[in-house]
Design a protein around this ligand. Structure first.
Ligand SMILES: N[C@@H](CCC(=O)N[C@@H](CS)C(=O)NCC(=O)O)C(=O)O
Length: 215
C-alpha cells in the first residue's frame, strides 16, 4: 500500500489541489476513486462516519490520520516534507490569506459555475451563470494584479498558495467557456511557471474517472 491515499475523482478541482501537491513533492500516493456523480457514496451515512463528516473530497489518509479541506491537506504536507512551505510566520499567514481567498472567491465561484455549465442536469439558469461569471471575472482580476511583476503568489518561490490557487485553473477552457490564461495574462504566465515544476501533471492524467461515463 502506498504511504498516502487520496479520496478523489478526476473532475474535482478541490481534490486536484491535493493530488497535484502529492505529485509535486514526489510522494508515494494512490488515489481512491469516489463515484461522485454516479453512486454518490459521499452522501451515505457510512461515508460521513468513516471518511468525512462534511461529505466532501478531497480526503487524505496518512497512517491513522484522515484529513479533509484542501488547505489543511496542503499545510500538512508542506509541514511534513518542508516542500512548498512558507518560510516564516508572515509568509504562512500570507499563504493562508490567499488560500482562503481561493476557496471562497476564486474556486468558490468557478466551481459552481463549471458544475452548472457542464455537469448539472438540467444545466444552470443563465441568470445564475451570469452572476457567477461576473464574480469570477472580478476575482481573477484581483489575482492577475497580484501576479503582475511577481513570479509566484507570496514570494519568488512557489508555495502551497500557488498549488492551491493554480489547480482549478488547469481544467480545459472549453469547460469554463472562456480562456482564463488569455483573459488574464499574468495568471497565464504564472500557470506556465507552475506547470514547469517537476512532477506537474494534468488533472485528468492524475486522478481517476475521466471521461465521465455517459448517463
Ligand atoms: N473547501 C473544500 C471544498 C471541497 C469540495 O467542495 N469538494 C467537492 C468536490 S469538488 C465536494 O466534495 N462537494 C460535495 C458537496 O458539496 O456536497 C476544499 O478545498 O477541500
Amino acid at each position: 500500500m502506498a504511504e498516502y491515499q487520496l479520496y478523489c475523482f478526476a473532475q474535482s478541482g478541490n481534490a486536484y489541489r491535493a493530488a497535484l501537491m502529492l505529485n509535486l513533492i514526489g510522494a508515494d500516493w494512490e488515489p481512491i476513486w469516489v463515484d461522485f456523480f454516479g453512486a454518490m457514496p459521499q452522501r451515505t451515512p457510512e461515508f460521513r462516519t468513516d471518511v468525512n463528516e462534511m461529505g466532501e473530497m478531497p480526503v487524505l489518509v496518512h497512517g491513522k490520520k484522515k484529513l479533509s479541506q484542501s488547505g489543511v491537506i496542503l499545510t500538512y504536507l508542506a509541514r511534513h516534507t518542508g516542500k512548498f512551505q512558507p518560510k516564516d510566520e508572515d509568509e504562512e499567514l500570507e499563504a493562508l490569506r490567499w488560500m482562503i481567498f481561493d476557496n471562497q472567491k476564486v474556486n468558490g465561484f468557478l466551481g459552481p459555475f463549471r458544475f452548472l455549465r457542464i455537469f448539472a442536469k438540467p444545466p444552470g439558469d443563465p441568470a445564475v451563470l451570469a452572476f457567477l461569471k461576473g464574480r469570477i471575472d472580478g476575482n481573477l482580476a484581483i489575482v492577475n494584479k497580484r501576479l503582475t511583476g511577481r513570479q509566484f503568489l507570496i514570494s519568488d518561490r512557489p508555495t502551497i498558495a500557488d498549488v492551491s490557487m493554480s489547480a482549478y485553473l488547469y481544467y480545459p477552457a472549453e469547460e469554463f467557456g472562456f480562456d482564463i490564461a488569455k483573459d488574464h495574462p499574468a495568471i497565464g504566465a504564472w500557470l506556465d511557471r507552475v506547470k514547469a515544476l517537476p512532477g506537474w501533471k494534468d488533472p485528468y492524467d492524475l486522478m481517476p474517472g475521466h471521461p465521465l461515463a455517459k448517463g
